[in-house]
Structures are given as C-alpha cells and as structure tokens.
Design a protein around this ligand. Sequence first.
Ligand code: HEC
Length: 146
Amino acid sequence: MSRTTRAIAVLFSIALIAVGVAPTRAQAPATQPAGDPAKGKKVFESFTCYGCHGFTGETGARVLAESRSSNLATEAAFITFLRARANVAPPQPSTSMPNYSAQTLPDAQAKDLYAYIKTFRSHAPPADQIPVFGQILSEAQKPYKP
Ligand code: HEC
C-alpha cells in the first residue's frame, strides 16, 4: 500500500466513523422543557405523584426517570396523557392512574411538573457491578452436570 493509498484509506475510515456518529448527536432533545423544575417538584409532591412513582421517579407503577415512553417524549404528549385518562376520554380506559383535568392541574403547573420529571436520573448501577448478578452469571456459565 503506497503512502497516498494509506492516507486515503485513513481519511475514508474517519469519514465513515463521522457518518456513524452523526445520527447519535442529532438525537438531542428536540425541545427544552419550558416549565420550572423547582415549582414542578412542589406539584409532584402536592399531587402525591410520589405515592405511585416514588420520590425520584425510579420506583412504583411506572419508572419516570430517563423514561423513553412516548408519554414523556414531549411536554404536549405528557399533558395529553394527564388529561386523557379513563374518566375523561376512553383511549386508555382501564388504568389505575387518576385523571388530572385542566381544572385540577392547570397547564402551567403541568409544564413545571414535566420539567421536574425530566430532571429525574436513574441511579441503578450497571448490571456488571451488582455482585449477585455476577454470581448468577458465573454459575450459569459452568457446564451443566445433572
Ligand atoms: C394511584 C397511583 C398513581 C398516581 C397517584 C399517579 N400515577 Fe402516574 N401512573 C400510574 C400507573 C398505574 C401508570 C401506568 C398505567 C397507566 O398508563 O395508567 C402511570 C403512568 C404514568 C406515566 C406514563 C409513564 C409511561 O411509561 O408511559 C406518567 C408520565 C405518569 N404516570 C405521571 C404521573 C404524575 C405526574 C402524577 C402526579 C400528578 C402521577 N403519575 C400520579 C399510577 C399513578
């Protein structure tokens, strides 16, 4: 391989890597939440969302921390979800989450709530740092001897 050919090959590889990386960068959140997370925290507590989702959104009925659910994809989707509960509209009828109408939880508060939920982070350790998982894995890799 000549020097020029090698240089072209290196440049081509760099270009391929750049192309591969680009879509990941483009996945940054489309919109920044407009609400105030500090006010949202108070809403989360006064409406007792924590009762079913935990104080950090990491436990309970549905995990909210770093959720990829479409219900949390945008502020608008979140507000629609809050309003479209069983007793208002039947698209999601038999669920156990209460409805929060605009009379109960106005849009401004719902936006703050959304901004707060978006600050939730998962504190779960990586699977390979959970000793009991490691133990289970190493046991499972041993040859089977009945
Ligand atoms: C009585 C229990 C209960 C309370 C209180 C409650 N939730 Fe829920 N929540 C649920 C259940 C059960 C689900 C999942 C099933 C469903 O869709 O109804 C859910 C789902 C959700 C989802 C969708 C998650 C997903 O993965 O799509 C969001 C967002 C949410 N809740 C936010 C809230 C907020 C914000 C509050 C407070 C205003 C709240 N919840 C109060 C029980 C509750």
